[in-house]
Design a protein around this ligand. Structure first.
Ligand SMILES: [Ca+2]
Ligand SMILES: [Ca+2]
Length: 190
C-alpha cells in the first residue's frame, strides 16, 4: 500500500512537470525584475506594496520628455513560449492623469526578427484597467516591419523564441505622469 502511494506521488510529480507554467507577475513582495525603457536614466520601476489588484504593484513616473516609457518583462518571460499560442496575455494598468492622452502600441512582443504590437482604442483609466489580448492572428496584432496584420504564423514565429515583451506605461503628452502595472499573465487560459 505504501509503495502504491509512492508511485502515485511520482505520477503526480511527473504530471506537474509536463505542464509548462505560464509566466506571471503579481508583485507580491518586489518588482520581480521588471525594468522601464524609454524613460531616460529611470530604468527601475518604483515598487508599491499596496493599492494593486491586489496588493503589490509597480509604477513609473515620466522623467524623459522624449517618447513614452514601457514596462519591460524580465527574462523569466522569454525564450520558447509556443505553449502560450492561442492563450491570453492579461494585465491591469492605470494612469494618474487624463489629459493630452495618446495611445497605441500597448503591448509589444518580439522574436525571430519580428515585432508585433497590439493597440487598444483608448488609453487606460485612472482606475485599474483590465487588458487582455489573445496570442493568435485574429486579435489585432500588427507586424511592425510591414504594418500589416499579423497572421497565426507570425505570432507562432515570435513565440518560438520570445526575446522581448513590453507593456506601454506612458499615455500623457506632458511631464511627470505616472502609470502602474499589476497582475501580468503571459499564457492565461481564455
Ligand atoms: Ca499585486
Ligand atoms: Ca508623459
Amino acid at each position: 500500500m505504501r509503495r502504491l502511494g509512492f508511485l502515485l506521488l511520482i505520477i503526480i510529480a511527473l504530471g506537474c512537470s509536463c505542464a509548462p507554467s505560464s509566466p506571471t507577475s503579481l508583485f507580491e513582495g518586489d518588482d520581480e525584475g521588471w525594468l522601464i525603457s524609454g524613460n531616460g536614466d529611470e530604468t527601475r520601476p518604483a515598487y508599491r506594496a499596496t493599492g494593486g489588484t491586489p496588493n503589490g504593484n509597480i509604477c513609473a513616473t515620466d522623467a524623459d520628455p522624449v517618447g513614452f516609457f514601457s514596462f519591460v518583462a524580465p527574462p523569466s518571460y522569454l525564450g520558447p513560449r509556443l505553449e502560450a499560442e492561442g492563450l491570453l496575455i492579461t494585465f491591469n494598468v492605470r494612469i494618474n492623469q487624463q489629459f493630452n492622452l495618446q495611445h497605441g502600441r500597448d503591448v509589444v512582443i518580439s522574436g525571430n526578427g519580428l515585432s508585433l504590437s497590439k493597440s487598444y482604442p483608448t488609453a487606460p483609466a485612472m482606475e485599474w484597467t483590465a487588458r487582455r489580448v489573445s496570442l493568435d492572428g485574429s486579435s489585432g496584432w500588427i507586424v511592425d516591419e510591414s504594418g500589416l496584420p499579423a497572421t497565426d504564423e507570425d505570432v507562432r514565429s515570435v513565440l518560438r523564441d520570445l526575446t522581448s515583451f513590453r507593456i506601454r506605461g506612458e499615455f500623457v503628452d506632458g511631464p511627470k505622469d505616472t502609470a502602474c502595472l499589476d497582475s501580468v499573465h503571459f499564457g492565461a487560459q481564455r
